[in-house]
Design a protein around this ligand. Structure first.
Ligand code: ZN
Ligand code: ZN
Length: 207
C-alpha cells in the first residue's frame, strides 16, 4: 500500500487485478496526483465518499484511463452531478460553489458498491454518517476508513458536525469500526490509528 499525502490521504493498493486507487484529492491537486502516480496506471478508482477533497481527480482519471470508478449508491448522485452537494463549508453561495467544484463523473464510469461487495479483493464496508454513502475497504486486518474517522494529535475522532451529513450516525459508525476485527485503521485525514484507540473513542461516545 502506498499513501499519497494530498489534502486528504489517497491510497494506492496493489492487487492481483492491478493497482486500485482509493480517492483522488482536491480538484486543484490533479497535477500533484499524477506526479505521485508516475508511470503507474490505476486499474480502478474507488471513491470513499462524495466530498471534493476525495473526488477531485476522478473525472480527470476517467478521461485519461477510462477506468471503472466504484462508489456507494447513496453518494453516486452527488458524484455524477444529479444532486447538489450540501454547502462546504456551510456558508451561503461560496460553500455551495466550493462543495460542487469537482467536475461531475459520467454515470457510465460509476459502479455502485455496497456493504460486503468485493472490489479487487478488498471488502466494502458501509460507514455512513459523514456522508450517507461513505464507505471503507477491509482486507486481512487492514481497514481504510477514510473520513468515517480522522486522527488528530490526541488520537481518533469523528469529523466535526458541520461537515457531517448525520453526526449521530457518524457516532454509531465509530462503534461499528470499534467492533470490527482489525489491526490497523487508515483514515482520510491524519496518520493511521489502532483498534484500541477507536474502542476508547467508541466508549467515550457511548456507541
Ligand atoms: Zn476529507
Ligand atoms: Zn469528507
Amino acid at each position: 500500500m502506498k499513501v499519497f499525502s494530498l489534502v486528504a490521504n489517497t491510497y494506492l493498493l496493489d492487487t492481483p487485478e492491478g493497482p486500485l486507487l482509493v480517492d483522488s484529492g482536491l480538484p486543484g491537486e490533479n497535477r500533484k496526483l499524477l506526479g505521485h502516480l508516475g508511470d503507474m496506471k490505476p486499474a480502478a478508482l474507488l471513491l470513499t465518499h462524495h466530498h471534493l477533497d476525495h473526488v477531485g481527480g476522478a473525472r480527470m482519471l476517467w478521461e485519461r484511463l477510462r477506468l471503472p470508478i466504484y462508489a456507494h449508491p447513496l453518494d453516486i448522485p452527488f458524484i455524477c452531478g444529479v444532486q447538489r452537494r450540501p454547502p462546504f463549508p456551510p456558508i451561503p453561495w461560496l460553500g455551495d460553489w466550493v462543495a460542487n467544484s469537482p467536475k461531475p463523473v459520467p454515470g457510465e464510469a460509476l459502479r455502485p458498491v455496497d456493504e460486503g461487495a468485493l472490489v479487487m479483493g478488498w471488502q466494502v464496508v458501509h460507514l455512513p454518517g459523514h456522508t450517507p454513502g461513505q464507505i471503507g475497504l477491509y482486507k486481512q486486518g487492514v481497514l481504510i476508513a477514510a473520513d468515517a474517522l480522522r486522527v488528530g494529535p490526541r488520537g481518533p475522532l469523528i469529523s466535526p458536525a458541520m461537515v457531517n451529513h448525520d453526526t449521530a450516525e457518524a457516532r454509531r459508525t465509530a462503534g461499528k469500526i470499534a467492533r470490527l476485527d482489525v489491526q490497523i485503521i487508515h483514515v482520510g485525514h491524519g496518520p493511521p490509528t489502532t483498534p484500541e484507540a477507536v474502542r476508547a473513542l467508541a466508549l467515550r461516545l457511548g456507541v
